[in-house]
Write a protein that binds this ligand. Structure first.
Ligand code: AMP
Ligand code: ZN
Ligand code: FE
Length: 289
């Protein structure tokens, strides 16, 4: 079994990178990609644990790209060089924006009569990538919300008093950064781009292809069978790799199990294609010098 989309406490998952690898080993998963949002800080501990436990950990990252439509567009990077100076600089910028955004959210929450302390939000973030799930936990602790869905419903989703937009790079820039660090860029869970027709999706995907996207995560734990088939078909028509990930976040998304995706056991083919593509990207970076 493989799982190419997982999140740890380095972003908004609830298992540490080490615990995530331990869980993978215990349920028989041989390869995971750790794809935390806007950070690579979990990769080193996850890869070290992976070597001990016999689990291959593909170094990954997940960006949210600028997207004018409903929902959101996420872009995954696989086999990235987590020491790449430009990548690290761009991620540090996103982390700084996240902290500014969190401060603004807290200010708006206070004005809305739901004050929480910065220290508590930071505590739940674990000193790493701070986001709405951490603020939600602080809201619950302070008695302003009953549980995570309730905190988002009352305060944190678009249109609610605690909502603040997140800083993003364009899709072209996300893809460029991933490729420049020797990685392979893949469009994550396309169904989260809401309210677009299949024709509009085809146009978006064509644009992403010109920007350098190399795969589509058609097999995602929350896609319907029809969506999987459609996105896999759209990917194959464009000679893109069809990938598979659950989007595991531990207790922050309790319905998603590690390894949950329905790719019909195509994992050998998926990994081979991604590796070939990553080798190509690394050679291109090397050639540029
Ligand atoms: P952020 O990156 O700070 O905007 O937070 C995004 C995270 O919040 C993602 O992991 C989402 O799964 C989570 N999230 C978004 N909406 C909800 C919701 N209604 N209930 C629970 N979690 C949510
Ligand atoms: Zn997440
Ligand atoms: Fe995502």
């Amino acid at each position: 079994m493989i799982d190419l989309q997982t999140h740890s406490t380095a972003s908004d998952g609830t298992l540490s990178p080490e615990a995530l690898v331990d869980l993978a080993a215990s349920v028989g998963i041989t390869t995971i990609a750790l794809t935390d949002h806007d950070t690579v800080s979990g990769l080193r501990p996850a890869m070290a644990r992976g070597r001990k436990r016999g689990v291959e950990v593909i170094p990954g990252v997940e960006f949210e790209a600028e997207w004018a439509g409903g929902g959101h567009m996420h872009i995954l990077g696989y086999f990235i060089d987590s020491q790449d100076p430009e990548l690290l600089e761009r991620l540090a910028w996103l982390q700084e924006r996240r902290r500014e955004r969190a401060a603004k959210i807290l200010q708006q929450l206070e004005e809305a009569g739901a004050p929480i302390q910065w220290e508590r939000a930071e505590f739940f973030a674990g000193g790493e990538s701070i986001g709405r799930p951490h603020i939600a936990q602080a809201l619950i602790e302070a008695g302003h919300a009953n549980d995570l869905p309730d905190a988002f419903e009352r305060y944190l989703k678009p249109g609610r008093p605690g909502y603040v937009e997140k800083a993003q790079y364009s899709s072209a820039e996300c893809i460029r950064l991933i490729r420049a660090s020797g990685g392979v860029a893949v469009l994550a869970h396309p169904a989260t781009m809401k309210k677009i027709t299949r024709e509009e999706f085809a146009c978006v995907l064509d644009r992403l292809v010109t920007e350098g996207i190399r795969g589509v995560e058609a097999f995602w734990s929350k896609h319907t069978p029809e969506e999987m088939e459609f996105y896999a078909g759209a990917a194959r028509e464009r000679d893109l790799i069809v990938t598979a990930g659950s989007d595991f976040h531990g207790a922050n998304k309790p319905t998603i199990q590690l390894g949950a995706r329905l790719d019909g056991n195509r994992e050998g083919e998926i990994l081979r294609s991604l590796r070939t593509e990553a080798d190509r990207a690394a050679r291109a970076v090397g050639a540029r010098g």
